[in-house]
Design a protein around this ligand. Structure first.
Ligand SMILES: [Zn+2]
Ligand SMILES: [Zn+2]
Length: 135
């Protein structure tokens, strides 16, 4: 994953943004919350300063829940298609967590680390092997 400015968009296209990534540290999160919110086995994240995110079109809505630390976590998503654009944990101050898979080129970003590894689904690592055997 390279530093640079990436274009992002939600599924329906009403929310469009740019994210400037200066310190690439692409993190996979295996926590239950990411699974519930995203509907997938894990989420793909990058922490940036809030000023590095520019919402160009659309008005994300916010959903707030109480994180494991006891502090609020605000999740910003497209009100039409529900794509999760970024999250802000109150404990993180000016830094936010963006979902890299919604960025153009996000599918080619290699992960740099994983968190909540204890929640990792057992078949995630085995998936590649399984697919190769079937093909
Ligand atoms: Zn949308
Ligand atoms: Zn998570």
């Amino acid at each position: 994953m390279r530093a640079g400015t990436y274009n992002g968009s939600c599924h329906c296209g009403s929310c469009v943004w740019t994210a400037e990534i200066t310190d690439p540290e692409h993190i996979l999160c295996h926590c239950d919350t990411c699974r519930k919110l995203g509907g997938g086995p894990y989420s793909m994240n990058q922490i940036i300063h809030k000023d590095q995110l520019r919402i160009l079109t659309g008005q994300p809505r916010v959903y707030t829940y109480t994180g494991a630390s006891g502090n609020p976590v605000h999740c910003y998503f497209c009100p039409t298609c529900t794509s999760h654009i970024y999250h802000h944990q109150a404990v993180m101050g000016d830094r936010i967590i963006i979902r890299t898979i919604l960025l153009d080129g996000g599918q080619r970003m290699q992960p740099g680390g994983e968190i909540f590894a204890e929640g990792k689904l057992g078949w995630v690592d085995a998936l590649r092997e399984t697919l190769e055997k079937k093909s």
